[in-house]
Design a protein around this ligand. Structure first.
Ligand code: BES
Ligand code: ZN
Ligand code: ZN
Length: 494
């Protein structure tokens, strides 16, 4: 749907729209709801009682207020929106409520509505406004670019939602961040025949020009020339050439600190000669979700203008099979000079990332955050809602973890256990890209491999689980989730 948010200082019943939304929390009307109830001869509470409406989370009850001659007579309907139990409520409840609310209003067919800013007395106006607006904008996201039927175009309907007694600056910020998340979702959802490395680079350049970011893009010759042999090895099997994408945000009054964001940019991962079974390939257009998160974050960062300098790096490639594709047993020389024996062509992400991380380090990053749909093993460990967090520096790890907590994205630390590093040593080269036949600690081994390419503080987020979903979820429809954007913005965009 096409959702527009409007922040208003006024109370819910002072905005002339056909529908007013108030919350029901712990089975009771909110304060605003209470006032509205008094004004309408207790119609709301009577209705709640009659229909035993308890206000379970996301439950709704539409109450018609009777016929009216014009909009100036006030709203025609009140929508009671359930916020669930009093206990355990958090800003995440408000965020989810925003997402569910816009879907409910659209389903009812209203084009304009006003809602109270749920739980702002509990969490503060700013925080509640932010969470509600962000949830609404994420929940209102839809992607149907390639649908030609009229039912699909209907989903593009417009809705204007007023947030009564909300904080304008908080809503503005939520708009910037949610737009960036939805931008990342668009990139992930785009099919791989459209979004190949060149197209990803073209869109990045377009964005950089629009927002005034520095941009540099290398083609395959420059990648080879620079010595990125690990990245190039992965890319060499595809008819679609790789691109190395660099974006820079420079603050006006620099604090001196440089943060690098690195994102895995496999626009499709077949597995290469260590071919993935066809079912495992179904979601592999999401293998550039790390890149999408980083590019989405840069979008928001360019608008929010934080004091730190931020540089983004994406090694974009396609992992394919052909007469020129890399094979098992090949030895690649990485940008760092370290040689790598390929034991599995499906462990390609770490090869591309090795060179991107080395380059970020060489360019002078003080700290690096890298996001990648890196291992199925991480999904086995943490499921599809939680990203694995690996840090070679406890402080930087905590900083990123706290940013994720504030942003409402779930991450959980896993150890970079040094004892396992031995298993990544090769008889032929310096390293091998997998530890051979063992299925133990796959996510940790991948993280340890990346850790060999920088001594700077590095956080690796394995987002293989939460980056993509085949079912709709609390904050949106099936497809790319835009996971990571909010954490990155929270980390650098204060
Ligand atoms: N892109 C995959 C990881 C992945 C799996 C992402 C599921 C999203 C959902 C990655 O390149 C890969 O194939 N990793 C291998 C590593 C193994 C060969 C050591 C894996 O997880 O099986
Ligand atoms: Zn792979
Ligand atoms: Zn991959």
């Amino acid at each position: 749907m096409e959702l527009t948010l409007k922040s208003a200082r006024r109370f819910v019943d002072e905005i002339p729209v056909p529908l007013v939304v108030v919350g029901v929390w712990g089975g009771e009307l909110s304060e605003e709801g209470h006032k509205l109830n008094q004004k309408h001869r207790k119609m709301l509470s009577k209705m709640m009682e009659e229909l035993s409406f308890k206000g379970e989370f996301g439950e709704t009850l539409l109450v018609p207020l009777g016929p009216r001659r014009s909009e100036s007579e006030g709203p025609g309907f009140v929508l009671l929106f359930g916020l669930g139990k009093k206990r355990g409520v958090s800003l995440e409840t408000v965020r989810k409520a925003g997402a569910k609310l816009v879907q409910a209003i659209a389903k009812l067919g209203f084009k304009e509505a006003v809602t109270e800013t749920f739980l702002s007395d509990k969490f503060g106006k700013k925080e509640a406004s932010y969470a509600l607006a962000e949830g609404a904008l994420l929940g209102g996201y839809s992607w149907h670019k390639y649908k030609t039927s009229s039912s699909a175009s209907k989903r593009g309907e417009k809705l204007r939602l007023w947030l009564a007694r909300s904080s304008g600056p908080a809503v503005d910020r939520a708009e910037i961040v949610a737009e960036a998340v939805n931008y990342a979702r668009d990139l992930v959802n785009e099919p791989p025949n459209v979004l190949n490395p060149e197209e990803l680079a073209r869109r990045t350049r377009e964005m950089a020009q629009e927002l005034g970011l520095g941009v540099e893009i290398w083609d395959e010759a420059q990648i080879k020339q620079a010595g990125m042999g690990a990245f190039y090895g992965v890319a060499q099997g595809s008819a679609n050439p790789p691109r190395f994408i660099q974006l820079t945000y420079k603050p006006q009054d620099p604090s001196g600190r440089v943060v690098a964001l690195v994102g895995k940019g496999l626009t499709f991962d077949t597995g290469g000669y260590s071919l993935k079974p066809s079912e495992s390939q179904i979601t592999m257009k999401c293998d550039m979700a790390g890149a999408a998160a980083v590019l989405g974050a840069m979008r928001a960062i360019a608008k929010l203008m934080p004091v730190v300098e931020v540089r983004a790096y994406v090694a974009a490639a396609e992992n394919m099979i052909s007469g020129s594709a890399y094979r098992v047993s090949d030895v690649l020389t990485s940008l760092s000079g370290k040689t790598i024996e390929v034991l599995n062509t499906d462990a390609e992400g770490r090869l591309t990332l090795a060179d991107a991380i080395t380059y970020a380090d060489q360019q002078g990053a003080d700290a690096i955050v890298e996001l990648s749909t890196l291992t199925g093993a991480c999904v086995v460990a943490l499921g599809d809602k939680v990203a694995g967090l690996f840090a070679n520096d406890a402080r930087w790890g905590r900083e990123v973890q706290e940013a994720a907590e504030r942003a409402g994205e779930k991450v959980w630390p896993l150890p970079m256990e040094e004892e396992y590093l031995e298993a990544l040593k090769s008889n032929t080269a310096d390293l091998k890209n997998t530890h051979g036949r063992s299925r133990y600690a796959g996510a940790i081994n991948a993280a340890l491999f990346l850790g060999e390419f920088t001594k700077k503080p590095l956080v690796h987020l394995d987002i293989a689980g939460p980056a993509y979903t085949e079912k709709s979820h609390d904050l949106g429809q099936a497809g790319g989730t835009g996971f990571g954007v909010r954490t990155l913005v929270e980390l650098v965009g204060l």
